[in-house]
Write a protein that binds this ligand. Sequence first.
Ligand SMILES: Nc1ccn([C@@H]2O[C@H](COP(=O)(O)OP(=O)(O)OP(=O)(O)O)[C@@H](O)[C@H]2O)c(=O)n1
Ligand SMILES: C[C@](O)(CO)[C@H](O)COP(=O)(O)O
Length: 237
Amino acid sequence: MTPNPALEPPRCYALVPCAGVGERAGVGGPKQYREIAGRSVVAHTLAALARVPRLAGTLVVVAPEDRVFEAHAPAVQTWVARVGGATRAASVLNGLQALAGRGARDDDWVLVHDAARCLLQPADVERLIAACEGDAVGGLLALPVADTLKREGAGPGEGRVSATVERRAMWQAQTPQMFRLGLLREALRAAGDTVTDEASAIEALGHAPRLVPGSLENFKLTWPADFSLAERLLRTR
Ligand SMILES: Nc1ccn([C@@H]2O[C@H](COP(=O)(O)OP(=O)(O)OP(=O)(O)O)[C@@H](O)[C@H]2O)c(=O)n1
Ligand SMILES: C[C@](O)(CO)[C@H](O)COP(=O)(O)O
């Protein structure tokens, strides 16, 4: 008998936005292609995802004019979509369309993970999947804020504290962020370019994503100093 795809359980896919320019990193080109600990940032990221057996496939979204991804991620089994947009949200939304074109269904789970978080460990991903696959909404890896939070003043108050912000119940959002493909597409279409992560778009639809404790090492390479720290951590693994 021919299997009916509509009766198959939902699958999990990874979607990796890799179309940023890395302005804050100041490394003279897109930071995801900078070499650290023997290979590019994105190659480390994809190697971690490749070690998660639950993932049915990984799609990387690169910029339309990108001619270097393949050279920086050799021998990695992924789908590549040259549909990066002007913002991360646009890159992810375009990537969802590309995933659907590869056979992903609206009820499949999509784990969106920054190419620039190259210290991800397979156990982080497995923890997220275990916590979210029975959830009505989905969720994200995140870290409870550990330090006292200060708000900087504006104008003459710049560089000085204007207030101490209550940090109880505050979390820092990481990736992966895991939602059903159909719900995430609807959320990102509605949110447009205003959101910086998937969870914000889902929240704007009135849902409450699940917070799943992440790992301190899964930080995003954002500033110049992040690269030497990442290199040291990767070399000790
Ligand atoms: N238009 C964009 C912007 C970002 N990203 C990706 O989203 C992830 C997180 O974004 P961020 O750290 O903000 O990366 P950049 O946009 O490259 O950095 P910056 O904001 O400093 O320019 C990165 O893997 C980046 O490549 C993307 O795919 N498309
Ligand atoms: C999605 C994200 O990594 C969650 O922390 C982050 O928001 C993306 O980076 P950006 O600097 O906000 O573009």
